[in-house]
Ligand binder design. Structure first.
Ligand code: ADP
Length: 448
């Protein structure tokens, strides 16, 4: 401002001086005061014109918005131009920072395993992440700024969206849901800003299935326990109300003992399963000697066959071959329980006098294979994938008659998984079945 004032005054002084000297030196016949005045006016006009042109130049520079350099460097307009440039630069930096922050937020939303959709106050889609695109079948090129209500047409969602009370959450089928592969989404809306909504979606298919499995499991256990309990209750009532002979009493008590034993077996299998699910994976400190295991299975097998076949002529023929001289590394109890289950099944499902072969061998690649083959009824192919499900039985009455709980193969599968082993089931209806456990070489300890 200081320089501007002095330049203006200086300019007028120069004008005055020039006017006066011109009038005096050229002997122009006018009053020298008039010459001074004309000189001042002309110089002031020149100063204003130069100033206006600098102002216009600044205005043009601002209109162009190119802040790579200042419009001019000197004078008031120079200072205005450099201050404007600094302000614009600061604003640009702020915009860049805000955009980077926004990008960070959007990247975080993008990385979220949940679906995220941002809706404006009219329910139009402003942004969504990839998970939401998959959940609702959205396309970024096609569906931005579309009404969410037009794209997600599930009636449950439509009611929830229209209710304007977004306290809870709803479940609805996902876009990729099919009857054979259902996809269940949990969706909730959260109001934010001025009438905007944040829509979050979560794939709860696995949770839903786990919940359904838990319900089925509880129902199955209750059913399995209720049946022997009802039978027991009936016998107790009969014993209490009917005058029975000693022989009859003995028979009823034997039947009651059978039902109690059935419940005990069921509870014991349930406990084994829950222990398998709840305990840490078996380490490498425990070992099971295969020859000792085979001897134990042989003993138990003959005993079970004798219990199931009172007629000694109809005992099963058992062949124990290839005693692998090695130890299996893992939990001896779990391994014994799995192999006894396979052996027990073979005896229970194979008709009297049938043949059972048990063998343990070392494979060429160092893995160990334990298998039990029988000449029983075999299993139709459609049942095989489901045999390891809890309480899945091909033949319910045969399973119950022989003291089965429907949990044996579920236990075997768990034990196998915990030891990194594979359970293979091969069966031909009418001919027999072979159940094989293949243990990785890391679980096989050969004698030194
Ligand atoms: P269960 O206690 O009923 O034997 P498992 O889980 O051990 O339960 O077996 C599941 C079903 O698989 C059995 O109910 C039976 O139908 C079938 N199964 C298992 N082992 C054999 C086998 N060796 N031969 C024929 N069927 C078998």
């Amino acid at each position: 401002m200081f320089w501007r004032f002095f330049s203006f005054i200086g300019c007028q002084l120069v004008g005055a001086l020039a006017g006066w000297s011109l009038v005096s030196s050229l002997h122009i016949p006018v009053d020298s005061l008039l010459g001074v005045l004309v000189g001042v006016m002309l110089c002031s006009l020149g100063w204003v014109l130069v100033d206006l042109s600098r102002g216009a130049h600044l205005l043009h520079w601002m209109r162009l918005g190119d802040t790579s350099d200042v419009a001019m460097r000197t004078g008031l307009w120079g200072e205005v131009s450099s201050r404007v440039r600094r302000l614009i630069r600061a604003k640009e930096q702020l915009t860049r920072d805000t955009q980077a922050q926004l990008q960070d937020f959007l990247s975080a939303f993008q990385a979220s395993p949940n679906g995220v959709i941002l809706l404006d106050a009219d329910g139009q889609i402003e942004w969504f992440n990839k998970t939401a695109a998959a959940h609702f079948g959205l396309d970024a090129d096609r569906d931005l700024l579309q009404q969410i209500g037009n794209l997600v047409r599930d009636p449950g969602f439509a009611n929830y969206f229209a209710s304007h009370s977004y306290t809870g959450e709803i479940t609805m089928p996902g876009r990729q849901s099919t009857p054979s592969r259902p996809v269940i989404l949990s969706v909730n809306l959260h109001p934010y800003g001025e009438g905007r909504l944040l829509l979050l979606s979560r794939d709860v298919t696995a949770l839903d299935q786990a919940e359904a499995m838990r319900r089925d499991f509880v129902a199955n256990v209750s059913h399995e326990i209720r049946t022997p309990l009802t039978v027991l209750g009936g016998f107790v009532e009969t014993l209490q109300t009917l005058p029975l002979s000693e022989v009859e009493r003995e028979r009823y008590l034997a039947l009651m003992a059978q039902q109690a034993e059935r419940m005990q077996t069921l509870v014991s299998d349930l406990l084994i399963l829950s222990r398998l699910e709840g305990s840490p994976l078996p380490g490498t400190s425990g070992c099971l000697s295969m020859p000792a295991l085979m001897r134990q299975l042989e003993q138990d097998g003959h005993a079970l066959s004798a219990v199931l076949n009172p007629n000694v002529d109809h005992l099963h023929k058992m062949i124990f071959g290839a005693f692998l001289d090695a130890e299996l590394v893992g939990s001896p109890n779990e391994l014994l329980s799995a192999m006894s289950n396979l052996m027990g099944n073979a005896i229970r499902y194979t008709p009297p006098a049938g043949e059972i072969r048990v063998k343990a061998i070392l494979l060429a690649d160092g893995r160990a294979e334990f298998s039990v083959s029988d000449t029983g009824p075999g299993i139709a192919p459609e049942h095989i994938p489901r045999l390891t499900e809890r309480f899945y039985r091909v033949d319910r009455s045969r399973s119950r008659d022989t003291g089965g709980t429907g949990l044996g193969l579920a236990i075997v599968k768990h034990v196998a998984q915990r030891h990194g082993a594979d359970l293979k089931i091969e069966s031909t209806p009418g001919k027999g079945s072979t159940f094989t456990l293949v243990f990785p070489s890391s679980r096989v300890k050969l004698p030194l």
